[in-house]
Every structure is written in C-alpha cells, then in structure tokens.
Design a protein around this ligand. Structure first.
Ligand SMILES: Cc1ncc(COP(=O)(O)O)c(C=O)c1O
Length: 343
C-alpha cells in the first residue's frame, strides 16, 4: 500500500519571503509573504490533496469525486494520479482557462458546471457515499481529514515566529480555519484577518457585524476561487477570526488587480488575483491606520499567477510591440529615457 511519503511531491514547507520595496513604500518595517504558489501544482491545495489521497487509500476508496474552482481540481487530479485513484471533478465552466487546461494532463474526468452551490455539493456528497469515493471538496464541512493537511500552513507561520497579523484570502473559509488551527497549535498569537472581495464578502461582513450569518444572496466579483455566496466553513471562520482578535476586510476587484501588478513589478512575485487580494487588504488597512509601522503582517500568497492570465492576454499595451532589428537600438534608448536610468 502507498504511504504518505510515496505520495509526496515536495509540497509544504514553503518559504516566507519579505516584500521590502512595498514595505518601504507603504511606511512599515516589514511585510512577510508565505509563498504557497511554489507548491507542485501551483497552490496550497496540494497540502490538502496529499492528506485526502492518504485517507482515500487508508479507507479503501475506489476513487474520488469533488468540486473545484480550479486549484483544488489540479491538486486532487495530480495527487489522485499519484495514488492510482480515478477521479471525477465538477468544475465551474467560468473558471480561468489556464486552471481548466492544467487539470487535463492528469486524466481525471472533468464535468463543467454552471453552478456549484450548497445543493450541488450535498448531491455530490451523497453520490460519493453511494459509490465509495472520497469527497474532495476543500472544506471542513465535507472533507475534515483532508483539510488537516492545510493546517501546516499555520504551524509553519508560527515557527517563523514573526507575524503579528496573518492575511488570508477567503472564499469557502476552509483555508482560514486551517491556518488559524495551525497558528493555535504552534502557540502563535497573530491576529487572523479575513480578506474577501467587496462583491462577495459574507464572512467579512458577518465578522464586522453587517449581517447576522455569513451568507449573501449572490456574488458578482470576478476573482476566481473567492466566489462563494454561502461558504461551507463560514461560521467556523467567523469564530476563528473573532477569537484571534482579527477582523474582516472587503476589497474591490480593481484594487486587487492594481496590487497584483504592483507585486509583480516591484517585488518580482506573480500570483493569481485571489492571492493579491490579501495584499490589497493589507494596503487598505495601512491606509486606514489599522496596521502600525512596527507591525509585521504576513500575507498567504495562495496560488501562482500563471493560473489566470486572462487580464494580460488581450492587453499588449505599452510593454509589448512589434519590432524590426534595425529599430531595437532606438527602442532601447527611448525606453531607458522614459523610465529614468538608475531608478
Ligand atoms: C488561490 C486561492 N486562494 C484562496 C482560496 C480560498 O480558500 P477557501 O475557499 O478555503 O476560503 C482559494 C479557494 O479555492 C484559492 O483557490
């Protein structure tokens, strides 16, 4: 039988890097970032997939069945292949094309769906049980043993021992709960901050007392991975944030995209919009005076920028143009003049 070490592909133990240029520009001493985009399939979901497939083998499952906005699907497909377990994945048809394409090589059956809400998830839970498949939805409500795999994010941040505030991009709430559990297990006193898109912020709104339960009618945000109107782990996420003395933040999509570009151009770090949203939430909090210059905030950078290139595909813009070799010298000179040499 395959063991955990046979399934491992080097996931976890990601570095904590600093973002010194942004920290200086924003007037604080340090910004830390947990580089989860360095996991084998490009997101933190690999930690969950490893733990999930280990449980599937232990329990003698025939295979796996799950939903995904893209990242969980790639992770489960990769680790499912490694475990020798066939998989069926229901994905949102609206997911970024890079996320959908990167699932294909692993050979799982992909069913593209128009909607994946609580009702669809419940139906899948029933099918999984009837067919002896492990349910791979990345939420404690559906896959508590698998979610334990993500708790190491929190213990690793705790052993780094610097963060005063941990910013977590949240959709279903599972990542936040897992990180908070890990922080507590590592005796960290860091405040947990829930970062959500302004147009889909049930958990942040509930934390801030704007709504009684973490559920909203609909979501219009374009940030992939964070489009859950009824987050399966919403209640627990609210509790974890409150007990850590953290708070909820709501970030506009436009601000997220601006910060995504800033992180790439100023620090050389290219992450997907869901991850950039956590950094945008920090920026908002610094502007609003919620974070002091001596605080040491840490952002969980959950997924690689290569997973969602849509915004760049049609925007050739000022950084790209057709050129003949004879024109290169003058292009070089005028570019250097525009940016100002030595800056
Ligand atoms: C890149 C990324 N960041 C953050 C999240 C949010 O995680 P959760 O839904 O557990 O809150 C997701 C979820 O799919 C994600 O893909």
């Amino acid at each position: 039988m395959k063991e955990l070490k046979d399934l491992s592909m080097g996931e976890g133990n990601t570095p904590v890097i600093s973002l010194p240029r942004l920290a200086k520009a924003w007037g604080i001493k340090n910004i830390w970032a947990k580089a989860e985009y360095l996991n084998p399939t490009g997101s933190y979901k690999d930690r969950i997939a490893l733990a999930t497939m280990a449980v599937a083998i232990k329990d003698g499952r025939r295979g796996w069945l799950g939903t995904s906005s893209g990242n969980g699907g790639a992770a489960m497909s990769a680790y499912g292949a490694r475990a020798g377990l066939p998989g069926i994945l229901c994905v949102m048809a609206s997911a970024p094309v890079e996320k959908l394409l990167s699932i294909k090589p692993y050979g799982a059956l992909m069913l593209t769906m128009k909607s994946l809400g609580p009702q669809e998830m419940q139906t899948l839970a029933e099918i999984a049980q009837q067919e002896n498949l492990i349910l791979t939805i990345t939420a404690y409500k559906f896959n508590p043993e698998g979610m334990k795999g993500a708790e190491s994010i929190g213990t690793e941040i705790a052993s780094h021992n610097r963060a005063t505030h941990v910013y977590i991009p949240s959709g279903g709430g599972g990542l936040l709960v897992a990180t908070a559990n890990g922080l507590a297990a590592g005796s960290s006193k860091a405040a947990v901050i829930c970062a959500q898109p302004f147009d889909c912020s049930p958990i942040s709104q509930c934390i801030n007392g704007e709504i009684a339960t973490p559920i909203v009618d609909s979501c219009t945000t374009l940030i992939s991975g964070l489009q859950l109107a009824s987050p399966p782990d919403g209640d627990v996420a609210v509790e974890r944030v409150k007990s850590s003395k953290g708070w909820g933040v709501k970030v506009r999509d436009e601000d997220t995209w601006k910060i995504q570009d800033l992180l790439a151009t100023q620090e050389g770090v290219f992450v997907e919009p869901a991850s950039a949203l956590a950094l945008a939430a920090l920026h908002q909090d610094i502007v609003e005076g919620k974070i002091d210059s001596d605080d040491q905030p840490l952002i969980v950078l959950t997924g690689s920028g290569l997973k969602d290139l849509g915004r760049y595909r049609n925007s050739v813009g000022s950084h790209q143009r057709n050129c003949e070799i004879e024109e290169v010298k003058s292009a070089v000179q005028s570019h250097l003049a525009t940016i100002g040499e030595g800056k």
